[in-house]
Design a protein around this ligand. Structure first.
Ligand code: RIB
Ligand code: CA
Length: 314
């Protein structure tokens, strides 16, 4: 039995972040969550750090170390997404305030200290929101960059184009300078863009399967998706909403569900018109070196079967 992969989840919950965290915490054979670091994104930091703790308690894991990180992008004003996730960031069901405590200390310091403490090349970073915390850690302690095993992140878009502007996906758009640092860091990078997450759509049967688990986590996931999907269904006329962030965790558990290309991906940080665009050289028309496995496809049925089975364990 292989040893579980050690990860830090960096997150801005967000209903889809919540499902990703539940998937990670229900998969101890494959994943050891060393800690969860909250970042401002979908909603401001006081809410993302609170939501992260609510989700850990829902998973029956009040022992998980949750830290608050950066409350704003490196150089820009925070842009949030209450229009998608609701005022609390976890709209849908009514949730009690968490009892578990937030860890003292800053998330960026936790990331740095963990990368120094754990064996080099043994910790995977899983950013599910804007990349501010990750970039801030790399700026503060450049020597730890080489100790990161891999970064598997949700962000970007190419064929699917943007969701917050015509050219940019939200996580990258909120902090393009941070994304530029991460994409140029030289760390082994796996990117889950909208190109793949928009192929991982909920539908009535998939949400019903969550509800049919008959557990509180199953019911919460169904109610979160019921709320979260209304925005995408209205905008795209799709049958359901993309569960973006769980793609990151599902990749760690069953990478064979996904396919993509190892290509060059760079971040637009200069043009206001296309700010935050992930310029993916999918057709290899430049000589720019490949720096990311850019995922384009997923076995959606396999993805939802994994999600339902694992969340059913909680
Ligand atoms: O664009 C989708 C991404 O932005 C997801 O991670 C969602 O949670 C928001 O953070
Ligand atoms: Ca997110």
């Amino acid at each position: 039995m292989p040893t579980p992969r050690k990860i830090i989840i960096d997150t801005d919950p967000g209903q889809d972040d919540a499902v990703a965290i539940l998937l990670a915490l229900s998969s101890p054979e494959e994943i050891e969550v060393l800690g969860i670091t909250a970042v401002a994104g979908n909603v401001p930091l006081p809410l993302t750090q609170k939501n992260a703790r609510i989700i850990c308690e829902l998973a029956g894991r009040p022992d998980v170390l949750v830290y608050a990180g950066c409350e704003a992008p490196l150089k820009r004003k925070l842009v949030t997404a209450e229009h998608v996730h609701g005022k609390t960031g976890l709209d849908g069901p009514v949730l009690a305030d968490p009892v578990m405590q937030l860890q003292p200390g800053h998330a960026v310091d936790f990331i740095i200290e963990t990368l120094w403490r754990e064996a080099a090349g043994s910790v995977t970073l899983c950013p599910l929101g804007p990349l501010t915390n990750i970039a801030a850690a790399f700026l503060k302690a450049p020597d730890v960059v080489g100790r990161v095993a891999q970064i598997v992140l949700m962000g970007g878009a190419y064929f699917e184009v943007g969701n917050i502007t015509p050219t940019a996906e939200f996580n990258i758009y909120v902090d393009p300078e941070a994304a530029d640092i991460v994409f140029k860091s030289g760390v082994d990078l796996v990117v889950m863009p909208l190109d793949v997450t928009h192929k991982a759509l909920t539908n009535k049967a998939r949400v019903a399967a969550f509800r049919a688990l008959g557990t509180k986590p199953g019911r919460m996931v169904a109610e979160w998706t019921d709320f979260f999907e209304r925005f995408d269904m209205q905008k795209y006329g799709s049958e359901g909403a993309p569960l973006h962030d769980p793609c990151v965790i599902a990749y760690l558990i069953k990478p064979e569900l996904f396919s993509g290309r190892h290509i060059n991906v760079e971040i637009e940080t200069g043009s206001e018109l296309t700010l935050g665009m992930t310029v993916a050289d999918w057709w290899g028309v430049t000589k720019r070196p490949a720096n990311a496995l850019f995922i384009g496809d997923v076995d959606a049925d396999g993805f939802y079967a994994l999600l339902t089975e694992r969340i059913g364990r909680l």
